[in-house]
Design a protein around this ligand. Structure first.
Ligand code: NAD
Ligand code: TDX
Length: 348
């Protein structure tokens, strides 16, 4: 069967890298990017593929049930890779319901659209992209395994955990072919500057303070976004139906060490005297319910499907800083609201 893949959230950070990879690597697949273009979605992320013959864009909200079904019909969708979500933990603390709507109800709407359109569920795959945050916080050492019990601690992780459960429920109840991957923190080009790494790069550039939550002792495992996209490619094509795969970089960093490293790199690149940017570090009130440590054991994916991260963190972070420094107009547009005008000019 000719593949027609619906990728949701393709205008966002990770989704745009997945769309670019699939459009260019698989010219015989039809790739449909479904995205409602929230503040986090930006079609500029997809400039290099927008004129490719196998790429299509649909501005549709996951809450628009009819719109979803229409897209399945219009493109005869054979498979789904679901990335669209509200993704920022701090926003989930101030507005949990937005996360329930998009991440929980939106995912169920998408499952329903797929279930109603696909005649033989055996012939199709629903791939759900999720996060390591569903496992909670590793306060006493160890790593998250695929078998680790769910223990979400923030409204964001609770909504993602719920969506994971619904995907498994559709596999169990209706026989839908599903696969789920849970990945650690991503970094790289096109990440919205509300997340730690791009926020620090942007603030250092503008000589603004660098807000480090609490004592900066919280630990995250960081993976370059293109390595996540490569893992999604492998899992989509070779993952076993019904399985879960953890994706991570074996790359744990305390927040304060990442911020300090970014200060050093930026001082070098901007020609500042050593120590200039570190003066911007400001310890601020901790995030409510701040998870102490995440760490992924990605052995299952490495052993069973042969994936491993390709980029060392030192190289990835240099590339990331270089990208933000040479894409000032992107940064300006996502932070200024000009993007909405761009969208109107180009697409409406
Ligand atoms: P992002 O916030 O950059 O992008 C999300 C995209 O979804 C945006 O383009 C947005 O417009 C779209 N979207 C949001 N609500 C929508 C709705 N109701 N209908 C249609 N589209 C909607 O997110 P990201 O960081 O690229 O994350 C993508 C996925 O990967 C999410 O499911 C997230 O939970 C998961 N994930 C992210 C990370 C990370 O470090 N960023 C790590 C692991 C897993
Ligand atoms: O200004 C800040 N200061 C700070 O100390 C920000 C924005 C963050 N932090 C801390 C909080 C976290 O411990 O840095 C760490 C990373 O924060 P975020 O970039 O907000 O990421 P995190 O909360 O870890 O969640 C991310 O990784 C998992 C993504 O946003 C999620 O979508 C993904 O599932």
């Amino acid at each position: 069967m000719q593949k027609s893949i619906l990728i949701t959230g393709g205008a966002g950070f990770i989704g745009s890298h997945v769309v670019k990879l699939f459009v260019s690597k698989y010219p015989n697949y039809t790739i449909v990017n479904l995205d409602s273009l929230t503040y986090a979605g930006n079609l500029e992320n997809l400039k290099e593929v927008e004129n490719k013959g196998n790429y299509y864009f649909e501005k549709i909200d996951l809450l628009d049930e009819k719109g979803l079904v229409d897209v399945f019909k219009k493109y005869q969708v054979t498979d789904v890779i679901h990335l669209a979500a509200e993704s920022h933990v701090d926003r989930s603390i101030s507005d949990p319901l937005a996360f329930v709507k998009t991440n929980v109800i939106g995912t169920v709407n998408l499952l329903n659209a797929a279930k109603s359109f696909w005649e033989d569920l055996e012939d199709h795959l629903f791939y759900h992209v999720s996060t390591d945050e569903v496992y909670g916080s590793l306060d006493d050492g160890g790593f998250f395994l695929e078998t680790t019990a769910y223990d979400p601690q923030s409204p964001y992780s609770a909504s993602k955990a719920s969506s994971d459960h619904f995907v498994r429920a559709y596999a169990n109840t209706y026989g839908m072919k599903t696969v789920i991957s849970n990945c650690s923190n991503n970094y790289g080009p096109n990440q919205f500057p509300e997340k730690l790494i791009p926020l620090c790069i942007n603030n250092i550039k503008n000589q603004k303070s660098l807000p480090v939550y609490g004592k900066g002792e919280n630990v995250r495992d960081w993976l370059y976004v293109e390595d996540h996209a490569a893992a999604i490619d492998v899992i989509f094509h070779e993952g076993k139906s019904g399985e879960t795969y953890n994706i991570g970089g074996w790359n744990e960093w305390k927040n304060i060490d990442i911020v300090t490293l970014l200060c050093e790199i930026m001082d070098r690149k901007l020609g500042n005297e050593k120590g200039t940017s570190e003066k911007l570090i400001t310890f601020v009130k901790d995030r409510a319910g701040h998870d102490l440590r995440y760490a992924i054991d990605a052995s299952k994916l490495e052993k069973e499907l042969g994936w491993k991260p390709s980029l060392q963190f030192e190289e990835g972070i240099e590339k990331t800083v270089d990208w933000y420094l040479s894409n000032e107009s992107w940064l300006k547009s996502v932070t200024s609201g000009d993007y909405q005008n761009y969208y109107k000019e180009h697409y409406e």
